[in-house]
Design a protein around this ligand. Structure first.
Ligand code: KIV
Ligand code: ZN
Length: 503
């Protein structure tokens, strides 16, 4: 069977999603998980776009050895030089050069002639080949371009040394049959096409990104660009987990395989959701909370008799923790460690000690500690370890009600060990807490999003708060979880402020 190369662009196109902002440590953590997932290519960023992207590509290039590490670049000399520099220590570096090919982009955005654009594409691919052997080229907005112009451009860049030709449906406009025909047309009309691999990059504006990508595979494409949970610019990109599980589940229709270790899918999805602050909708294919839950009596009856009656995939294949073993107050360290490892976490002993203390505290408040609760504890622990914490919540006391004025008293531990405290009034308890923290931390910012949700069912559930704050035009995401929702709010705010301060 042919292999389809899985090109993950979560750290580049995924991070372009409005509101997603990952710091460098978070990017590295995602890259490490993508390596465990077995992706073939990681597009780690767009080095010329910002110093942060440059640093991220440099760090991922240094640390991640198995997949190809790719840096995006416009067809501009300076961009290519920057990408090459950022990729210097990569074991398998790739430069991805793009330029628009549609009339609408060329006339209104680039304001150049088609001949000039063709020349730029060819010259810049040559320049990239001067740095690395592996060069990808994308004619942006290909699906709205004149196919003859695309053929001409692809032939020219193959001659200049491009090894992968990526065909983007940049604005998610195409439909599967049409997109498949575009790919078939390229195979038929580009004379030197056998020297390169065809890739596709589909956006989800009309909900067709996955379908279009698969139609391209049917027509000979052998690389798919996608993102975890389908995040990305506007409505996002083709979802990696859907692509991979369709190719696996319907291998009777697609004679191809991928190198993905599907048992890492669930964990990767949770990590990306956690770090970007984008929750996964319950009915999301493959990894949504309801994807393997059966509600109707007839379905439950069928699944109990034989799972395949209503389940086309085994939840274990995507690494979904299957056990319903309940942990509680009397569970010991050994059982807790076992459960962590069944959930796919293998922390160092010192981290287990801290996690176990947090688990015991939770078990005191909550009768049953579920897998989701444990995942939330690990996430909270990670949040604290992943960024340099300038401030940590020490104590919090709030008074509120329908008569009195909401008041919060907050005590924080600073990174040098000193303790600071203050109190404030607010329009409600959360506002009072944020006011008190603002008086202590003194960093101007604007709260742009605030969401509260419960992680598990029941009145004693852990509540999780997600917030986004903006400072100097940059968005920082913060998360906090606790059985006390006001404490979770304070933790989330401090998490975002610590990210802002460490940036
Ligand atoms: O959507 C797009 O066209 C892109 C290119 C840079 C490949 O992201
Ligand atoms: Zn894109």
């Amino acid at each position: 069977m042919d292999k389809v190369v899985i090109f993950d662009t979560t750290l580049r196109d995924g991070e372009q999603a409005a509101g997603a902002s990952l710091n460098i440590n978070e990017k590295l953590e995602i890259a490490r998980q993508l390596e465990r997932l077995g992706v073939d290519v990681i597009e780690a960023g767009f080095p010329a776009s910002s110093p942060g992207d440059f640093e991220a590509v440099e760090l991922v290039s240094r640390e991640i050895r198995n997949p190809i590490i790719c840096g995006l670049s416009r067809a501009i000399a300076g961009d290519i030089d920057k990408a090459a520099e950022a990729l210097k220590s990569a074991k398998h570096p790739r430069i991805h050069v793009f330029v628009s090919s549609s009339d609408i982009h060329i006339m209104h955005q680039l304001k150049k002639s088609k001949e000039e654009v063709l020349e730029m594409a060819q010259n810049m691919v040559k320049r990239a080949r001067g740095y690395v052997e592996d060069v990808e080229f994308s004619p942006m907005d290909a699906s709205r371009s004149n196919p003859d112009y695309i053929y001409q451009m692809l032939e020219a860049v193959i001659d200049a040394g491009a090894t992968t030709l990526n065909i983007p449906d940049t604005v998610g406009y195409s439909i599967p049959e049409e997109f498949g025909q575009l790919i078939a047309g390229i195979f038929k009309n580009v004379p030197n096409i056998n020297k390169a691999k065809i890739s596709v990059h589909c956006h989800n504006d009309l909900g067709l990104a996955v379908a279009n990508s698969l139609s391209a595979v049917k027509n000979g494409a052998r690389q798919i660009e996608c993102t975890v949970n389908g995040i990305g610019e506007r409505a996002g990109n083709a979802a990696l987990e859907e692509i991979v599980m369709i190719l696996k589940t319907r291998s009777d229709l697609f004679d191809v395989t991928t190198g993905i270790n599907t048992e890492q899918i669930y964990k990767t999805s949770r990590l990306v959701s956690e770090l970007t602050g984008f929750p996964v909708q319950p009915n999301k294919a493959v990894i949504g909370g309801n994807a393997f839950r059966h509600q109707s009596g007839i379905h439950q009856d069928g699944v109990m008799k034989m799972s395949r009656t209503y389940e086309i995939m085994d939840p274990k294949t995507i690494g979904l923790p299957g056990s319903s073993l309940v942990m509680g107050k009397s569970s010991g360290r050994h059982a807790f460690k076992e459960r962590l490892s069944e959930l796919g976490y293998n922390p160092a002993d010192a981290d287990i000690d801290r996690l176990f203390i947090a688990f015991k505290e939770l078990a005191d408040k909550k009768k049953e500690v579920t897998d989701r609760d444990i995942e939330s504890l690990v996430a909270q622990e990670k949040r604290e370890g992943i960024i340099a914490e300038s401030y940590k919540l020490d104590r919090l006391q709030v008074t509120c009600g329908d008569k009195g004025v909401p008041t919060a008293a907050v005590r924080l531990i600073c990174s040098d060990g000193s303790i600071i405290a203050d109190a404030a009034l607010g329009t409600g308890p959360v506002d009072a807490v944020y006011e008190a923290i603002n008086r202590l931390v003194k960093v101007p910012n604007k709260l742009t999003e605030f969401t509260v949700k419960s992680i598990t069912e029941g009145i004693d559930a852990i509540g999780e708060v997600l917030i986004r704050i903006e400072s100097d035009g940059i968005t920082y995401t913060g998360r906090g979880a606790d059985t006390d929702i006001i404490v979770a709010c304070a933790k989330a705010y401090l998490n975002a402020l610590n990210k802002l301060l460490s940036a």
